[in-house]
Design a protein around this ligand. Structure first.
Ligand code: NIG
Length: 422
């Protein structure tokens, strides 16, 4: 089955897949083509150019000069959860800090209790509904973390629920095992809980989900730097890529530890959050292959602090962008909102934010077949309502996505589809 989108402004129109994240100036200097056509054959892009002829039987869509770009890749989410945190939000609004709520056994732990009480089917149904909302907002690939189980059985239950929801989803779900999200406040001994996670939960997850990325929250009141090091080095020995929540409130030394790993050729794939990271550490991060993941919806909802994305990119680093949708720090499903905030608060330019939300976010998940519009790349594409992509960053609070194509199939039709027969 072929599909021809005619007369579009095509963003990130490369000749072939770049095979790595865009770094530094390249995050701004990527190619765009005006009045261009994109021919899709099956699940992949076949050709990008001007004046392309539609093969017999192809569906044709006239973009009328609007922006056609890669679907968003939401590379950091906690979209699988049960319960809600509305009462806790009232506490936060009255001035109680996030880490104080966690220290009292609430926050992440209150969602852990709700997830443990939920069935896999309930978790999968809640996640499925969230994935549908995110797809309509243009996210065609979505990472989903576990991390609200904390025990071996509950982490595996979450990962199975994520796989169940992924099954019926038109886009791609990439699971991450967030085994070190918190110290289980209900466990009798914190040190024993950490050892059990490393010696018992990790091997079981590794056997059931070989090669899955491993994640932890390096923060006071969560996992210490030494605990993270032990977990991650055990995970690396088992062949897992590593991602880490670091420097959200306090900088505990993860950037320096990662620089040592990078020197030994085993850098973390991503370091996420970075709100408390100093410019010198952002430069140190930029000197490694690790991608810095910016989460500006968290600053908006939590405490008005944002990572200095400008310093990371100016130092030659690679930034990716994500919603971080979760019930505690970021109740936002919308990548367009993350882009609008990244431009205002992480100090990226609109083109940099678009690269961060697509090609670099795909690289953050180890995927190099998407996030661009190139022959051979996966045909996960979105058509915007707008002719100028800067509007994506300029406007906020609306859905700018007119049409969504996943693997060459239209999954959210635009208004012109009725006459085009798609
Ligand atoms: O990335 N801070 C750690 N993890 C999430 C929040 C999870 C929660 O509060 O439920 C984050 O912000």
């Amino acid at each position: 089955m072929s599909l021809l989108v005619r007369n579009a402004r095509v963003l990130l129109a490369f000749g072939s897949t770049p095979g790595a994240a865009l770094r530094g100036r390249a995050m701004n200097d990527w190619p765009a083509l005006d009045a261009a056509d994109v021919l899709i054959d099956g699940a992949a892009v076949a050709r990008v150019g001007r004046g392309l002829k539609a093969p017999r039987g192809a569906t044709e869509i006239d973009a009328a000069g609007r922006v056609l770009m890669p679907g968003f890749v939401d590379c950091h989410t906690h979209a699988c959860w049960a319960g809600d945190r509305l009462d806790e939000w009232e506490l936060k609004r009255a001035g109680t800090p996030y880490l104080d709520i966690l220290a009292r056994g609430g926050g992440i732990m209150s969602t852990v209790r709700a997830v443990r009480a939920a069935t896999p089917e309930q978790l999968a149904a809640a996640l499925r509904a969230r994935l549908g909302r995110m797809l309509a907002l243009g996210s065609t690939t979505i990472e989903v973390k576990s991390g609200y189980g904390l025990s071996k059985a509950a982490e595996i239950k979450m990962l199975n629920a994520i796989a169940q929801a992924a099954n019926g989803f038109a886009g791609t779900v990439v699971p991450t095992a967030l085994l070190g999200h918190a110290i289980d406040a209900d466990a009798p001994d914190a040190a024993a809980f950490v050892r059990q996670t490393i010696d018992d939960t990790l091997p079981a997850v590794s056997a059931a989900f070989p090669g899955i990325a491993l994640d932890a929250y390096c923060e006071h009141g969560a996992w210490s730097l030494a605990d993270c090091r032990d977990l991650f080095e055990a995970a690396m020995r088992r062949g897992h890529p590593v991602r880490v929540h670091a420097d959200q409130f306090n900088s505990l030394g993860m950037i320096a530890l990662n620089a040592q790993w990078a020197g030994a050729g085993r850098a973390a794939r991503t370091i996420d959050h970075l709100e408390a990271t100093r410019a010198a550490d952002l430069a140190a991060l930029a000197a490694t292959p690790t991608i810095g993941v910016l989460l500006p919806c968290t600053g908006l909802h939590t405490d008005g602090r944002y990572a200095n994305g400008r310093a990371l990119v100016d130092a030659g680093g690679a930034a990716a962008l994500a919603t971080n949708v979760n019930p505690g720090t970021s109740p936002c499903h919308a990548m367009p909102m993350a882009i609008a905030l990244a431009v205002r608060f992480n100090r990226l330019g609109p083109r940099e934010a678009i690269a961060a939300a697509t090609v670099n976010a795909a690289a953050a998940l180890g995927l190099h077949d998407r996030g661009i519009v190139a022959p051979g790349a996966r045909a996960d594409l979105i058509l915007l309502e707008h002719r100028d992509e800067r509007v994506l960053a300029y406007e906020f609070g609306d859905n700018p996505v007119a049409l969504v194509i996943v693997g060459g199939r239209i999954v959210k039709p635009s208004s012109e589809c009725a006459s085009a027969g798609c």
